[in-house]
Design a binder for this molecule. Structure first.
Ligand SMILES: Nc1ncnc2c1ncn2[C@@H]1O[C@H](COP(=O)(O)OP(=O)(O)O)[C@@H](O)[C@H]1O
Ligand SMILES: [Mg+2]
Length: 302
């Protein structure tokens, strides 16, 4: 892993992928690579947790394997399952043929031909470019039994398939877990990992992110957008806008040829930054203007 020999290098290679990474995040990424420990990233939605796994895989030239978590996710969907439909077809075909075929089929039904590999098993397979990046995304959406199962899988990177035997990763994957913290993830799992809370970026960093992700926006407009969104985040909202929303909004404003923010423009495009009607309703009337004035005052002062 010559590419990530220092924290500076990690920052640099991520920035080449358009990912703006602060020193503390770069440090845990560096340590996670160096020590081979899974990295657990927690934070509000839209703060760049998923993106970092993508940027890391791209910059290291590794394959990205994503396990998207959801309620009810079980081992079959995460590790492997047998291709039941193909097995049935094979059985039917053999039934129509003679007894020799039937006997041969018995041995074959549970072979690699009928195995469907899911992300955790895929991530244990050797890869010519080096171990893949395994992204276990939005872990807070699963339930505790799956977490317990994952804890075991992450501790030895091996899977036992009764019919096939044990498969072990020759080189463990680079693991990144994310959580939007809709619930607390169990301590035991966190203890296996290096942990980092991904916060909303500060003003300068968010401007830098906009420069990378919406480069057509003028410097002045970018600063206004970021100042407004940052002010908005200090309001009592049901769902605060993430970085994703800042970028989306900038692109909407560019599509409308907006040069500078005004209360009218904000009112028309609020749906790009706020996704709950209650929050949008709060910003109606003079509220948007008040926040915009506050944001602009901050810009002038800084
Ligand atoms: N530090 C960053 N540098 C560059 N882009 C970022 C950064 N943080 C967030 N983004 C952008 O914001 C969007 C949302 O990020 P994402 O990783 O999906 O958020 P999360 O997984 O935390 O909900 C992505 O499209 C990404 O491009
Ligand atoms: Mg995400």
């Amino acid at each position: 892993m010559q590419k990530a020999q220092s924290i500076d290098q990690v920052q640099h290679m991520l920035s080449e992928q358009g990912y703006v990474c602060g020193r503390s995040l770069a440090t845990v990424v560096f340590l996670s690579l160096k020590l081979g420990r899974p990295l657990f990233l927690e934070g509000e939605a839209g703060t760049g947790k998923t993106e970092i796994a993508k940027a890391l895989a791209a910059s290291l030239g590794r394959r990205l394997i994503r396990l998207q978590c959801y309620e009810g996710l079980d081992a079959a969907s995460a590790v492997y399952e047998w291709n039941f439909a193909a097995q049935m077809v094979a059985i039917r075909t053999a039934e129509a043929a003679g007894s020799a075929e039937r006997a041969a089929l018995q041995a074959e039904l549970f072979s690699a031909d009928y195995l469907i590999e899911r992300p955790l098993l895929q991530a244990m397979r050797p890869d010519e470019h080096g171990a893949p990046v395994l992204l276990i995304d939005e872990l807070d959406r699963t339930d505790e039994p799956f977490e317990a199962f994952l804890l075991e899988a992450l501790s030895d990177f091996q899977v036992t398939i009764p019919e096939l035997g044990t498969i072990q990763a020759l080189e463990p994957p680079i693991v990144i877990l994310t959580s939007n913290r809709t619930r607390e993830v169990h301590d035991a799992l966190k203890r296996r990992c290096l942990y980092h809370w991904v916060d909303y970026p500060d003003f300068d960093r968010e401007v830098e992110i906009l420069n990378a992700r919406a480069p057509r926006a003028s410097a002045q407009l970018s600063r206004e957008i970021v100042a407004f969104v940052q002010s908005l985040r200090t309001e009592d909202l049901f769902k605060k806008p993430g970085v994703a929303e800042t970028i989306d909004w900038a692109n909407c404003l560019l599509a409308l040829d907006v040069i500078a923010l005004s209360p009218a423009v904000i009112a028309d495009t609020l749906g790009a930054i706020l996704k709950y009607q209650d929050d949008i309703a709060r910003l109606q009337g003079s509220e948007a203007k008040r926040i915009l004035d506050q944001a602009k005052a901050g810009l002038d002062a800084g």
